[in-house]
Design a protein around this ligand. Structure first.
Ligand code: R5P
Length: 288
């Protein structure tokens, strides 16, 4: 078994290797002067079971292209089985034709990952469960739910807690978390009016005087959470904690989280959190 890492999250790949008791396999990734990528696998992978760790983080286009070329290089080098480990699959947010003349880019990416050479995909907490079916190679769709359950059981008194989904689309995901942590659930009515702007209305469920645990797949700009905090505060919650698998944290996200009334925010290491985005309030769980 060999594990390679693209440039998106080498720290996660190293943690996985540490867990497995093996060293990270070596390859060279560089650029020609015209910006073309060059990848050379620097170990013999003939007949090996090979894993490539590359979550789809910014700059997403470069990250994906790098994965394609790594997969192709491994195939050319006669690896027996190639698994693309994409713990954060950003294009899962493009999962339906909800406007005219657009691409369902999640489906396109699934096709291209296979074309590039992956025999199998390993991913985590996809934004939409339907995306699993976009792939024509086997997919292991893992979840970070057990890590969040363990974390909140350790950190909070759950006697008066309630799990909150920030919209109807996330209700199934939050429901799985609520079931596993044995808590009731509430749902906020949310409408997204632009990439960075959401509006919320009613809360369906009993949250007054309770400690709310919002459970999400990802925090991108933090707009959903900022609105959720306002909505839940108006509904009279006692405190607000957040668990989200993918801490994408782009644009104003970090400041929004820091300046909001959330008591704590927990993400996992599927997305690398650089030092300039690390804050005391934001905790990271390892899914390695
Ligand atoms: C939305 O449908 C997702 O479950 C997340 O709520 C969303 O991706 C978060 O995006 P943002 O942080 O930009 O509101």
């Amino acid at each position: 078994l060999k594990v390679f890492s693209g440039s998106a999250n080498p720290k996660l790949a190293e943690s996985i290797c540490q867990f497995l008791g093996i060293s990270l396999s070596q390859m060279e990734v560089s650029r020609f002067s015209n910006d073309n990528l060059f990848v050379q696998i620097q170990e013999n992978v003939r007949e090996k079971d090979v894993f490539v760790v590359q979550p789809f983080t910014a700059p997403v286009g470069d990250t994906i292209m790098e994965l394609f070329i790594i997969l192709d290089a491994l195939r050319s080098a006669s690896a027996r089985r190639i698994t693309a480990v994409i713990p954060y699959f950003s294009y899962a947010r493009s999962d339906k034709k909800d406007a005219p003349r657009i691409s369902i880019a999640g489906r396109l990416m699934a096709d291209l990952i296979k074309t590039a050479g992956a025999n199998r995909v390993l991913t985590m907490d996809l934004h939409s469960d339907a995306v699993h079916g976009f792939f024509s190679v086997p997919v292991d769709h893992l979840t970070a739910v057990p890590y969040f359950v363990e974390h909140f059981r350790r950190q909070l008194d759950l006697d008066n807690a309630v799990v909150v989904a920030t919209d109807a689309g996330g209700a199934k995901r939050a429901g799985r978390f609520a079931k596993r942590i044995h808590l009731p659930m509430a749902i906020i009515d949310k409408r997204r009016i632009a990439d960075t702007k959401v509006v919320q209305g009613l809360v369906v469920g009993d949250v007054k005087g309770r400690d709310a645990i919002i459970f999400e797949d990802e925090i991108s700009t933090g707009g959903t959470l900022a609105e959720s905090v306002k909505t839940l505060t108006n509904a009279g919650v006692n405190s607000i904690h957040v668990g989200a698998t993918h801490g994408v944290l782009c644009g104003p996200a970090v400041e929004r989280l820091v300046n909001s009334d959330m008591a704590s925010v927990v993400v996992t290491n599927t997305v690398y959190l650089p030092p300039d985005k690390q804050r005391e309030k934001i905790h990271t769980l390892s899914v390695a």
